[in-house]
Write a protein that binds this ligand. Sequence first.
Ligand code: ZN
Length: 267
Amino acid sequence: MFAALPFTLALITSPQSGWETKSNTTKIPFEVHNAVVKALQEATEAQTKRDYQLSLALLHGIIYNDGVKIAVDPDGLTPTPAARQGLTNALNSWDKALEKDNPIQFVSDPKKAHLTLQFVDKVPRSGHDALGLIELKKRYSWNRSRYEIEISGTIFIQTHYNRIPLSASQFTEVIAHELGHLLGLDDLNQTGQLMGPMILDQPVSGPNARETYAVQIVRYHAKTQWNTVVDLINASKQSQPEAEFLSYEQEYLATCTVGRPCKYGKH
Ligand SMILES: [Zn+2]
């Protein structure tokens, strides 16, 4: 029922210095968002309690086994050529970084998408300097024999800053940054990197090696654990009656804000 997942860590370069441990059981780079670290820990706890389907559901929310689909939201502003180019560049930057293991898929039909990307005059629920925001929800339901996961959300991208339209390369950074959150990355403090504060006249074109590695390693851990849980399920071959279907939700919110006149932050 659950296929083992292939993964290709062999292609990944060895970890660089500056690793931090956010989890007692797994070495996770500090670039990874706490929500993902927590989900990995909860998956381990569920596995220990033999709540295997919850474990798989949580891991699915990290791996996006069937891909995570994004479409442009028709309720938003019609994207300008610069916005379209930025979107294409941002998607390509993660494709190039993750190669065949990029779960993000762009689809034209918003009804078939998990998340929509909405171009807006003003990013909602954020300060004056916000340029992007991702609202992401993962809803897990499970019993002893199966699980379901619903992934939904919206990525808001502001089209102007101080009435000046963003350029294609500025759109690229803001959109690629939000996709970085979707893939499990946190905000970073240093400028000059995708998940760090933005400098408007020096936009970053995509993830660097460390940011890429952080996504790859978290996916590797999640897939390894997935395969372990599948083995445990196959080994136990329990034929227990179906229990009540349980569910819960995790919400994750990140805004990207711009700081002072020439230094721009994202959160
Ligand atoms: Zn951010």
